[in-house]
Design a binder for this molecule. Structure first.
Ligand code: PLP
Length: 435
């Protein structure tokens, strides 16, 4: 048996991390408060990524902390199979007040990946319950990220997520991504060009036939593949084509939910209501793992009426609606509301936009894009060494007291919604220096 000392780094197989590189030069976080992390040596790190796009209300919010502590002392766990606990119903009801009108049936999961797989399964089960069991094909998009479950990587469009785990990824097709359309470089907000790319869905429908297609899933704004903002009118067009062919539209709002775009959901910002919304991350301010799928009444009712078994949706998790997650989630929704954080994000958007676009003349920068409190800064890749420059920027920024996220050669920024102008200035000035 391996005998790792208590402080040895070998036993933890780290997720989405070059393990050998990290373990040679570890980078640790020890505590967090509001906009900052602190390292074990006591160095302050400004968090420009809300952890991993998830601590939307800022770190260590007292309401959330206290709600978790109270709940832990009261009831640690309760199953939700064939029984319930009051907080689960309360959390679902309160969440249904925040989701777009009509999307008021809530299924709880524990992560974004689980929310995506849950939404895909609901889409398949829904069509079957209506006697349309041939509608099984799922349509994703190139450069989409929908977590790491087999459903999510199937509809996702990240080559590395697909190349290593390929054999189960069948029954899907992909829309083209919306990025790199001529005339969109350095766009502020939604880019002007590219709405026509939604029409590719008509081509896919013509190829497979609508009778075989269950759902289209997209991130309204794609984050993990480098901040791809939808062209003006694109999501509206997808909605119209889905309606025309009785195809469900799923928004994966794992990163766009809970104020990231200055509205509760991206659906609100774009004025496009999907049939299902996947969420996680900001749902509990990341204080306890939790995800959810919001489904329309149309879907829920069809399942209740048409399912051919007493358990209408044969799906669920041991930890669906975990009491600590529900307590954290309710306190998170209260925090967003009482501190008016979504409006706060909206109020900061133009300052944020101008600040990050001021990096246009910084070294290596080839594009900048933004929406809400999201920013993407694309760097010219080092010849023969793609991703190396961004990784170096990430490491140097960390040493300079700034936490950013990089993907390929793109810096992705998504600060907590409590960010102040002075923090925005610090983000930009640190990055300028690092570049
Ligand atoms: N979907 C989107 C759009 C995401 O950005 C992520 C994570 O970043 C996920 C799904 C997966 O969420 P999780 O890591 O909680 O499984």
């Amino acid at each position: 048996m391996a005998d790792f000392g208590a402080n040895n780094l070998d036993a933890f197989w780290m997720p989405f991390t070059p393990n050998r590189r990290f373990k040679a030069h570890p980078r640790m976080l020890a505590s967090a408060k509001d906009m900052h992390y602190r390292t074990p040596e006591g160095r302050e790190i400004l968090d420009a990524t809300s952890g991993l796009w998830c601590v939307n209300a800022g770190h260590d919010q007292p309401r959330i902390r206290e709600a978790i502590q109270k709940q832990a002392a009261e009831m640690d766990y309760a199953p939700c199979f064939n029984m319930g606990h009051p907080l689960a119903f309360a959390f679902a009801s309160q969440l249904a007040q925040v989701t777009p009108e009509g999307l008021d049936r809530i299924f709880f999961t524990n992560s974004g990946s689980e929310s995506v797989d849950t939404a895909l399964k609901i889409a398949l089960a829904y069509h079957r319950a209506r006697g349309k069991g041939t509608k099984t094909r799922l349509i994703g998009r190139e450069r989409g990220y929908h977590g790491v479950g087999f459903g999510g990587i199937s509809v996702g469009g990240i080559p590395k997520n697909r190349m290593y785990f390929g054999s189960l990824l069948t029954g899907v097709d992909h829309l083209p991504h919306t990025h790199g359309v001529a005339g969109n470089l350095f766009s502020k907000g939604e880019p002007e060009h590219g709405a026509h790319l939604a029409d590719e869905l008509e081509r896919i429908v013509a190829l497979h036939d609508a009778s075989n297609i269950a759902a289209v899933i997209v991130e309204p704004v794609a984050g993990s593949t480098g901040v791809l903002i939808p062209p003006k009118g694109y999501l509206q067009r997808l909605r119209a084509i889905c309606d025309k062919h009785d195809i469900l539209l799923i928004f994966d709002e794992v990163i766009t939910g809970f104020g990231r775009l200055g509205t509760p959901f991206a659906a609100d910002r774009f004025g496009v209501t999907p049939d299902l919304i996947c969420m996680a991350k900001g749902l509990t301010n990341a204080a306890v793992p939790c995800g959810a799928v919001a489904a329309s009444g149309k879907i829920y009712d069809a399942m209740m009426e048409g399912a051919d078994a007493p358990i209408e949706l044969f799906h669920g998790y041991t930890y669906s609606a975990h009491p600590l997650a529900c307590a954290a989630g309710i306190a998170t929704l209260e925090t967003y509301k009482e501190d008016d954080l979504f409006a706060r994000a909206a109020g900061m958007e133009s300052y944020w936009q101008e600040a990050i676009h001021s990096l246009r003349d910084a070294r290596h920068v080839i594009d900048i894009r933004n929406l809400g409190l999201i920013g993407g800064i694309e760097l010219e890749a080092r010849p023969g060494a793609p991703t190396a420059r961004a990784l170096e920027v990430f490491e140097t920024a960390f040493d300079a007291g700034l936490l950013i996220r990089v993907t390929a050669d793109i810096i992705a920024l998504s600060p907590p919604l409590i960010i102040e102008k002075s923090h925005v200035d610090q983000v930009v000035e640190t990055l300028r220096g690092v570049l």
